[in-house]
Each structure stands twice: as structure tokens, then as C-alpha cells.
Write a protein of this length. Structure first.
Length: 377
């Protein structure tokens, strides 16, 4: 086909109606399930947020209790899934590969034929998959999920083997809510594309995890933490930023394809991180984070005066996840723990009003080759 307007990366193309989230990149606003991200992130439990996305309303207290118990009852892994994760850990597979394998295996002992059942299983089981992989990788026995604990608290308890303190739980919960959904980002669009073929929601989640793994999507907070640690040791953010920009490098945690002002999620997470570090009496590290941001924004403004490069979500994700005790190797997998709620809500939304996703490519190959039999080539 010829003649269509080319839109590489589908940039600016509207392909679906959604009630799940909306981004205003110029104003720096994000609405999730009808609430400004600032309201949802700081007030909701993760279970409440997922209920909101799935049902399009907040649960009553009784509904929330039931939903929480329902999710908690779907957290266990079968022995075969443990074997997959043990092997992935022994072979040194990255966390996102282990997550994809473990999630696929986690359908062995769960009935996921019905889409809404599959959605709940995916959201409930991903933290167990990630934590079990991590325990094997650390040479420790996995910690069984505790159905009495909420989603965020249980994840931290399974990772560390110790009961987490309330500040860490609240910090993680704020993170999970903040990044649960963000329009038709690459992994969410991947999930919708898979569902649009009338495939199943677990397949959609494993495909979405594959998309999230890439460094242009979910892979930035690890390098941000390295940068912050280096500067915390040297005490000289200005030198670090100057050297990076002079070397033509991009400063991780700054700039965004959609936002032209400070990413509203950075705002929410900076407040959460500040509160967490103050409560943990580790203001030293947080001082470095703030100082780094101020210096970086100044120097970036000089470096690219015609393009406003502001702080993005990954900058404070690194600070917050590090603070609450999530290992750096699990940053992207923890993003998946959060985003799985969005993936599943989008999958169900797509299914409810489905149209097969099928864009077209513009053919730029030749049309007039003549065939030469193989023995004459
Ligand atoms: N540091 C230094 N320069 C930058 C940065 C940065 N962080 N971001 C953009 N620029 C520069 C580019 O080099 C480019 O300069 P040029 O015109 O001289 O080539 C100019 O600004 C425009 O860059 P684009 O790539 O067109 O900007 P885009 O909006 O497409 O990129 C992106 C967005 C990929 C996030 C970019 O800002 C970046 O690489 N940031 C660092 C990595 C990062 O933090 N990623 C996480 C993003 S948040 C998320 O995905 C959840």
C-alpha cells in the first residue's frame, strides 16, 4: 500500500478509547482512574487501585477486604514454577527473564481461562515470582507469601525474609500506585495488541513484560542509582554532570517523550522518598539526591536551552526503591509488579470492545526482481 502518512513509533496516533489513565504532557498532569496521581498514590492501597482500574469505582470496605483476600489466595507458586526460577537464578538470568518464565509457568496450577480470573492471578503472582527468584539468586530459601499481609507489605517480606517497617511499606505502596498505569506506553500497548487477537491475558502479560524489559522503557532506574551512589561518594554532583554532558552522554532520569515539564510522578515520588529517608534517619543520601537534581537541572538548561529537560519518574524511583530495600537488580521487575495492574485492566478493556490491532507498513522494497534458480546464483 502507498500514500498513507508515515507515523514511526505510532507517535501521536490515537488507537483506543480508555477510561484508565490520561496524560497531559504540557501541563504535567496524570489522571489514573479519575483521580489525579497525587491523590491516588498517597491515599490508596495497591489493591484499592487495582480494584478501581478493574471495576471503574472505589470498593466499599467489605469489597476491599474480599478483593484483598481473593488476590492473596492466588499468590502461591507450584513446585514446577519454583524449579524454573531456581534454574533461572542458578544460570544468572536477569530478573525480567526470570519473571517472564515464572509467570508463564504460573498458569500450570491456576485456572486462567476466564479473563478476569487470569487478570487477578497475574497481578497476585508476579511479586511471588520475583521474590522467589531473588531468594534463589541470593542463595536463600524462598519466603512463602503470607495471606494476612497486603500486596506491598507481602512483597517486601518475601524479598527480605523480615517484616518490613511501616515507612517502607507506605513508600513501596506509593510507588506501585504511581506507576500502575500510564496511557498506551509500549508494554501496555503490547498487552492490548496480544488481547486484540483474542489470545489470553497471561500471554498478554508475558509479552508486556518482554516490552518493559528494554532500556528505553523500564530499564532506566538502575543506572540512575549508580549515578547517585557515585555522586554520594564523591560529593561533587557538578563535576559528574559536566563530565557526562561533555562526553555526550544523556543524564539518566531526565527528559521525557511526552512531558515537557516535571513528570508529575517524579513529584509524587520525591515527596514519598523525602518522607521515607527522614523517617529512616538517612537524610544524608536524600540530600545528595536533591542536590544532584538542582545541579543537573541548571546544567541541562545551559546544555539544551531550546529544550526543557525536566526530572522524570525514574530519577525518584531509584531513590525510593533503593531506600525501601528493593535491590537494584529488581528495579525493572518491581516496575512490572506495579504495571501488571494496568496491563490487566487494559487487557479487559480491549476485550470488552475489541478491534484487531493491525497497522500497515509502507513498503520500500523493490518490486521487479526476477527469479534465479538456486543452482544458478
Ligand atoms: N540528558 C542529556 N541530553 C538529553 C537528555 C538527557 N537526559 N534527554 C534528551 N536530551 C537531548 C538529546 O540528546 C537531544 O539532543 P540533540 O537534539 O542535540 O540530539 C535532545 O535533548 C532531544 O532528545 P530526544 O531523544 O529527541 O528526546 P525524546 O523526548 O525523544 O527522549 C528520553 C526522551 C528517551 C526519555 C530522553 O530524554 C532520555 O534518553 N533520557 C535519559 C534516559 C531516561 O531517563 N529514561 C527514562 C524515561 S522515563 C520512562 O520511560 C518511564
Amino acid at each position: 500500500m502507498t500514500g498513507q502518512q508515515l507515523r514511526p513509533g505510532l507517535e501521536g496516533v490515537t488507537v483506543a478509547e480508555t477510561r484508565l489513565s490520561d496524560i497531559d504532557g504540557e501541563a504535567g498532569e496524570l489522571v489514573i482512574g479519575g483521580f489525579p496521581v497525587e491523590t491516588l498514590a498517597t491515599n490508596a492501597t495497591y489493591e484499592e487501585t487495582v480494584f478501581l482500574l478493574l471495576e471503574d469505582r472505589l470498593p466499599s470496605a467489605a469489597e476491599l477486604d474480599a478483593f484483598r483476600a481473593d488476590l492473596a489466595s492466588r499468590r502461591e507458586l507450584c513446585e514446577e514454577t519454583h524449579a524454573v526460577l531456581r534454574r533461572a537464578a542458578e544460570d544468572g538470568e536477569p530478573a525480567m527473564d526470570a519473571l517472564r518464565m515464572g509467570l508463564a509457568a504460573a498458569t500450570l496450577d491456576a485456572d486462567t481461562d476466564e479473563p478476569s480470573e487470569a487478570a487477578k492471578r497475574v497481578v497476585a503472582v508476579i511479586p511471588t515470582v520475583v521474590a522467589a527468584y531473588w531468594r534463589y539468586r541470593s542463595g536463600e530459601a524462598p519466603v512463602a507469601p503470607d495471606p494476612e499481609l497486603g500486596h506491598a507489605e507481602n512483597y517486601l517480606a518475601m524479598l527480605t525474609g523480615d517484616p518490613p517497617d511501616d515507612h517502607a511499606v507506605r513508600g513501596l505502596e506509593t510507588y506501585l500506585n504511581t506507576v500502575v498505569d500510564h496511557g498506551l506506553n509500549a508494554s501496555t500497548f503490547t498487552a492490548r495488541t496480544v488481547v486484540s487477537t483474542e489470545s489470553d491475558l497471561v500471554s498478554a502479560a508475558t509479552a508486556a513484560a518482554g516490552a518493559l524489559k528494554g532500556p528505553l522503557h523500564g530499564g532506566a532506574p538502575g543506572p540512575v542509582l549508580e549515578m547517585l551512589r557515585t555522586v554520594h561518594e564523591s560529593g561533587d554532583p557538578e563535576r559528574y554532570v559536566r563530565e557526562a554532558l561533555d562526553a555526550g552522554e544523556r543524564l539518566m532520569g531526565f527528559g521525557h517523550r511526552v512531558y515537557r515539564v516535571r513528570d508529575p510522578r517524579a513529584e509524587v515520588l520525591s515527596t514519598a522518598a523525602e518522607r521515607f529517608y527522614a523517617a529512616a534517619a538517612e537524610t544524608d543520601f536524600y540530600d545528595t539526591v536533591e542536590q544532584f537534581e538542582t545541579v543537573a537541572l541548571d546544567l541541562l538548561a545551559d546544555h539544551k536551552p531550546d529544550r526543557r529537560l525536566a526530572t522524570n519518574v525514574e530519577f525518584y524511583t531509584a531513590a525510593l526503591l533503593h531506600g525501601v530495600g528493593v535491590p537494584r537488580a529488581l528495579f525493572t521487575a518491581t516496575f512490572a509488579v506495579a504495571r501488571s495492574g494496568g496491563w490487566m485492566a487494559h487487557g479487559l478493556e480491549q476485550l470488552a470492545d475489541n478491534r484487531l490491532v493491525r497497522p500497515v507498513g509502507r513498503y520500500v522494497g523493490t518490486r521487479d526482481r526476477s527469479w534465479t534458480p538456486v543452482e544458478q546464483r
